[in-house]
Design a protein around this ligand. Structure first.
Ligand code: GDP
Ligand code: IMO
Ligand code: MG
Length: 427
């Protein structure tokens, strides 16, 4: 049985927390897209883990797969594994798809160069080489893990890619920051480190599924960062929507049994582009401070705003969520009023879909439904149960559920694993 956890907004919805929580009942946890642009936080007791590449099930000791749709920086993977080992995490097996692409030092350099040249078209990327690595995949000059572990092929492919990049960078006035020899040395080390992890992961996942295992797919980024459906060009370079789980892990669409949409109780965005419900006033500051809204990967402050149901409705159309999990409800505590955007008006007309055109999105004015605020102490409501939440908070949740017409699978009221009301399992 395959269940997929996806972000419904612009990332950082708390996918990591929920993947860790639901992984307790899973046999295998899979990442299918993105790379170390992701930053997934898991808090267990007093310990905080920030995962960038390894699926969040690793902390529960589950077997994990880094799927073919991912772009993987072996240096970061090495750091992440070393850190978890030093913290005495009991690992399951780690499997890396032989088809996953390898992030090279020149991808990171290219990311920085291109961002600089793009002016107002820039995304505000994480500068981790994600876009350039995916570009090389599509241009068919990428290096895959199957190449990395076969030295002759690696040298041949590196030779071609390196000389193309060298000429490209030179034409823009840049020298290569890392020499070919240094790359060969470092990547030979990664090949021997990860050689035994590299395998045919689609066969592994499909066999596990046929054997009745419970498989959890962990999305990275969010629906509105998708390369096709996100706020292009301020989005990421992979398919973050549910379809990406099929192509990025090698499973048929019909094998997916359940899709969970993670909905942060308000909106955040790291990077450039229009954010219709953005708040630059005291309410925005409240969300940023109380929600600790700073990027897990880059430490950049996240832009904050009211919950935007236009984003989530469009995400539901693309992914067909069986359920939603609303996270960070506690961050809205202490406000006199809380608003939810239910639609956009542009040039005096009501939009019936999420616009593809960024100039149109920038002109959208949110239509709001307003709620009276609330306050609660997390420990107290967790002890007394869901019904003890203030009536105003419950009306807010009810409204979201009925407006979206998607069942509420749970509500998160704090960063820790247990700080959650869960109504429905996803297996
Ligand atoms: P992801 O990228 O979707 O996994 O999300 P991130 O880990 O980047 O960002 C979510 C942040 O919110 C992390 O710092 C979590 O520890 C924290 N968090 C998760 N759920 C809750 C919650 O219900 N309340 C609060 N206050 N923090 C939460
Ligand atoms: P998680 O999995 C939030 C954003 C970047 C930038 C754009 C492109 O933690 O939710 P990239 O480096 O991917 O080329 O940057 O996408 N972005 C994210 N924003 N959460 C993420 O991941 C993100 N991954 C990329 O800020 O605007
Ligand atoms: Mg994150």
């Amino acid at each position: 049985m395959i269940s997929v956890i996806l972000g419904s907004q612009w990332g950082d919805e708390a996918k990591g927390k929920l993947t860790d929580m639901y992984a307790e009942n899973a046999d295998l946890v899979v990442r299918f897209q993105g790379g170390n642009n992701a930053g997934h936080t898991i808090v267990v007791g007093d310990e905080t883990f920030k995962l960038r590449l390894l699926p969040s099930g690793i902390v529960q000791g589950k077997d994990v797969v880094l799927g073919n749709g991912m772009v993987i920086d072996p240096e970061v993977l090495h750091e992440e594994i070393t850190e978890l080992r030093s913290r005495n995490i009991d690992f399951g097996n780690i499997y890396i798809s032989e088809r996953a692409h390898v992030i090279m030092p020149y991808h990171k350099q290219e990311d920085v160069i291109l961002e600089d040249l793009k002016g107002k078209l820039k995304a505000g990327t994480t500068k981790r080489g994600i876009g350039p690595c995916y570009s090389d995949k599509v241009s068919r000059i990428g290096i895959r893990f199957t190449d990395l572990i076969d030295q002759a092929t690696f040298l041949e492919k590196l030779d071609t890619a390196y000389s193309i990049k060298e000429r490209f960078f030179k034409s823009l006035g840049y020298d290569m920051e890392v020499s070919k020899d240094d790359i060969i040395k470092a990547y030979a080390g990664y090949a021997s480190m990860f050689g035994t992890y590299v395998t045919d992961t689609p066969s592994l996942i499909n066999k596990a599924n046929d054997a009745g295992k419970r498989i959890l797919f962990e999305g990275a980024q969010g629906t509105h960062l998708d390369i096709d459906f996100g706020i292009y060009p301020h989005n990421t370079s992979s398919n973050t929507v549910c379809g990406g789980a099929c192509t990025g892990a090698g499973v048929p669409p019909r094998s997916i049994n359940r899709v969970l949409g993670v909905v942060k109780a308000y909106t955040t965005r790291v990077g450039a582009g229009p954010v219709p419900t953005e708040l630059t006033d005291a309410y925005g500051k409240h969300l940023a401070n109380k929600g600790h809204e700073f990027g897990t990967v880059t430490g950049r402050p996240r832009r904050c705003g009211w919950l935007d149901l236009m984003l989530v409705k469009y995400a539901h159309m693309l992914n067909h969520f069986d359920g939603i999990f609303i996270t960070k409800l506690d961050v809205l505590c202490g406000l006199d009023t809380v608003k939810v955007c239910t639609g956009y008006e542009v040039d005096g007309e009501v939009m019936d879909h999420f616009p593809a055109n960024m100039d149109v999105l920038a002109r959208c004015t949110p239509v709001y439904k307003e709620f009276d605020g609330w306050d609660f102490a997390c420990d107290e409501v967790l002890e007394k149960g869901y019904d003890s939440l203030p009536a105003n908070a419950k009306s807010y949740l009810k409204f979201i559920e009925s407006e979206l017409r998607i069942p509420l699978y749970g509500v998160s009221v704090g960063p820790r694993r247990h700080e959650t009301f869960t109504f429905k399992d996803i297996f």
